[in-house]
Design a binder for this molecule. Structure first.
Ligand code: CTP
Length: 357
C-alpha cells in the first residue's frame, strides 16, 4: 500500500503559502487493512480514515460516477485496484490534483504544476460538472489566490456556467453554501468570489441580493483591506439591503446568528449611525436601543468599527460618548423611587434623551 499527500497541502506548499491541513490518499489498501493499522473510519459516503496519532485524513483511492442530483449524488468505487491517476482524475482542479510521495517526489498527470506556474485554475476533466459545489470552490480559490495572479480558465468558467444553468446549484445545502461563502469572505480579495460567481451565472441564482451591489462590494473590499473579521465583512456586504432581504439571504445561507444579527443591524442603522447630526435626541436614543447597545456593548463596538471603516468622515466618537453618557443614568435610583415599572422606563428614556442633545 502506498500513501501520498494530495490536494491543498501540495498546492499551497508549491505556492509558498502556509499549509492549513494535510489530506492523504492511500492506494492498494482495503478498509480492513486500514482499521487493522489502527485508523478510524469516519467517512459515511467515502472510505475515509483518521490517522491514529495525527488525526489527519487518509482516503482510499476511489473513482466516482454521477448517479443522482446534487453534491452527494455519487456512486463511489473504491478497491485496491484503483490507481493514483484514476483518483486524481476525479478531482476538481489540476492544481488540486498533484500528489507527493513520502520521498517528496511529485506525481502530476494532469499538468497541475504548469497551471500553478501559469496561474490558472483549470478543471481536470469533464467530470468536473458532476459536483455543483465546485462552482463555489473555484470561485473561492479565485479569491484566495487572486493576489498571486490566478484566474479561472475560460473552459472551466464555461463548465461552471453549464452547472449553473442546469439547476444543480439549487441542490446544495445551506451548510455547504455557508461554509464556502464564509471561507471566501475570509480571503484577501473576497469580492473576486462574487465576481466569478456572477461571471458564470451562479451569483444571480445563489445570491441575487448581492448582484450588482457595487457599492457594497467596495465596502467589502475596505473591510478586507483592514483585515476585519468575517462578521464585519459580511455586514459590509449587506450594506444597502433592507432588513427583509438580509433575513432572506441569511436564511438561505443558514448564516450563524451573530452574522445575521450584525448584518441586520448594520443594514437598518448604517445611515443613522453615519449622520447623528441629522437625528433628534429621541432618534439617537432609538439607535442605541435598537442596537441593544446597553446590553451588548461589544456588538455596538462592531457597528462602530464598521462605521470607522466605511464612513471615515462620520463621527464615531459621538456614539461612544452617547453610550457612555446614557449608561451614567442611575437606573437603580429611578427604580427605587417608588414609581411603577412603566414609569421607570419612561423616566429612564427621558433622562437618557436629555444627555443626547
Ligand atoms: N476535492 C474535489 N472536489 C470537491 C472537494 C474536494 O475534487 N468538491 C478534492 C480536491 O483535490 C481537493 C481535495 O479534494 O484539493 C481536498 O479537499 P479540501 O480539503 O476540501 O480542499 P483543499 O483543496 O485541500 O483546499 P482548502 O483546504 O484550502 O479548501
Amino acid at each position: 500500500m502506498e500513501t501520498y499527500l494530495v490536494g491543498g497541502a501540495v498546492r499551497d506548499r508549491l505556492l509558498g503559502l502556509p499549509v492549513r491541513e494535510q489530506d492523504w490518499v492511500v492506494v492498494g489498501a482495503t478498509p480492513q487493512a486500514m482499521t487493522d493499522l489502527g485508523y478510524r473510519q469516519v467517512g459515511r459516503d467515502f472510505p475515509v480514515f483518521l490517522h491514529p496519532d495525527s488525526a489527519e485524513e487518509y482516503a482510499l483511492a476511489r473513482t466516482e460516477r454521477k448517479a443522482g442530483r446534487g453534491h452527494r449524488g455519487f456512486e463511489v468505487h473504491s478497491d485496491p485496484s484503483v490507481t493514483l491517476e484514476e483518483d486524481l482524475r476525479r478531482r476538481d482542479l489540476t492544481v488540486n490534483a498533484i500528489a507527493e510521495t513520502t520521498d517528496g517526489e511529485l506525481i502530476d498527470p494532469y499538468g497541475g504544476q504548469a497551471d500553478l506556474e501559469a496561474r490558472v485554475l483549470r478543471h481536470v476533466s469533464e467530470a468536473f460538472v458532476e459536483d455543483p459545489l465546485r462552482v463555489l470552490r473555484v470561485a473561492r480559490f479565485a479569491a484566495y489566490l487572486h493576489h498571486l495572479g490566478f484566474e479561472v480558465a475560460p473552459d472551466t468558467l464555461a463548465l461552471m456556467q453549464s452547472l449553473s444553468d442546469s439547476g444543480e446549484l439549487e441542490t446544495l445545502s445551506a451548510e455547504r453554501l455557508w461554509s464556502e461563502t464564509a471561507r471566501a469572505l475570509d480571503t484577501q480579495h473576497p469580492g473576486v468570489f462574487l465576481d466569478v460567481l456572477d461571471q458564470c451565472g451562479a451569483g444571480a441564482r445563489l445570491f441575487p441580493e448581492w448582484r450588482e451591489a457595487h457599492n457594497a462590494r467596495e465596502k467589502l473590499a475596505r473591510t478586507a483591506a483592514a483585515r476585519a473579521g468575517a462578521e464585519l465583512r459580511f455586514a459590509a456586504l449587506c450594506s444597502g439591503l433592507d432588513t427583509t432581504a438580509v433575513d432572506t439571504l441569511c436564511q438561505r445561507l443558514n448564516a450563524p446568528r451573530r452574522f445575521r444579527e450584525l448584518a441586520g443591524l448594520w443594514a437598518a442603522l448604517e445611515s443613522d449611525l453615519a449622520a447623528p447630526g441629522r437625528l433628534d435626541t429621541s432618534s439617537r436614543l432609538q439607535v442605541l436601543e435598537r442596537s441593544d447597545a446597553f446590553r451588548r456593548p461589544e456588538r455596538f463596538q462592531q457597528l462602530l468599527t464598521l462605521l470607522n471603516l466605511l464612513h471615515p468622515e462620520a463621527d464615531a466618537e459621538f456614539w461612544h460618548q452617547a453610550l457612555a453618557r446614557c449608561r451614567s443614568v442611575d437606573v437603580a435610583a429611578i427604580a427605587a423611587s417608588g414609581i411603577s415599572g412603566r414609569e421607570v422606563g419612561a423616566r429612564l428614556r427621558a433622562e437618557r434623551e436629555k444627555l443626547l442633545d
